[in-house]
Ligand binder design. Sequence first.
Ligand SMILES: Nc1ncnc2c1ncn2[C@@H]1O[C@H](COP(=O)(O)OP(=O)(O)OP(=O)(O)O)[C@@H](O)[C@H]1O
Ligand SMILES: [Mg+2]
Length: 277
Amino acid sequence: MSKLEIKDLHAEVEGNEILRGVTLTINGGETHAIMGPNGTGKSTLASVVMGHPKYKVTQGEILLDGNNVLEMDVDERARAGLFLGMQAPAEVPGVTNSDFIKTAMNARLEEGKKVKLFAFIKQYDKAVQELKMSEDLPHRYLNEGFSGGEKKRNEILQMKMLNPKIAILDEIDSGLDVDALKIVGENVTSMKHDQLGLLLITHYQRLLDYIKADKVHVMMKGQLVKSGGMDIIERIDQEGYDWIKQEVGIDDERVIPKDDKELVTIGTCATKEALDL
Ligand SMILES: Nc1ncnc2c1ncn2[C@@H]1O[C@H](COP(=O)(O)OP(=O)(O)OP(=O)(O)O)[C@@H](O)[C@H]1O
Ligand SMILES: [Mg+2]
């Protein structure tokens, strides 16, 4: 049974506290969604779970099936079954897509074992077809020259191949046209099973039209300030976030107030870092 437990997690970057006490449990078979305005700490949470070295955890715990994730290196986390589909996937010239995924899959096997080439190609081709991606993809360099939508599909392709226990998908819907959104949504839904815990970070209800979430959380100021069902999303879609800010008594929902600092978008890939690409 997969279980990710995040307990009272605090984390900072460059001396600024971004996460200020996040508590969340995701069991295998469950789909959770985190929504929240820009700059409230959503991607930071994803990066901290995957072990991005820029973030310093100052308090709290992350456990995967009872094991201490904070003691694991980035590659150990990937091997333990954590996966992050990034908001802004990096381009890696010089490494082909198929080599990248094969290396990531090999890294998850016991020492000395390797994925079987024929089985790999079959699985890869099937995934490319299911995601309606172009067939020259395996030979192209990782994300290089990919359109925004192609990069997002490529994240889902990696998820299909790696078959994680816990998958965090950070704004997997951004940049997708309506048809691509449907394809990605249906593919993610088809991957659901009772051992997979899914965390979707999104701004829009439309993603959740395709991937049903069991629980919805709203992040503000580095905390999950409200949790509930799909009804929360409908209200956010119609009314925005003011009613939640009022409910919890927050004026400025960002972690770092607007005038303090330009917002920075982060793009990290734990698997790529683990592989030292
Ligand atoms: N590596 C970093 N270096 C400097 N500041 C950072 C870093 N990562 C995050 N921050 C800051 O932390 C705050 C939260 O950022 P984060 O990317 O987690 O927000 P978010 O909720 O994902 O926003 P969005 O909805 O726009 O993606 C922002 O003010 C951001 O500038
Ligand atoms: Mg983000």
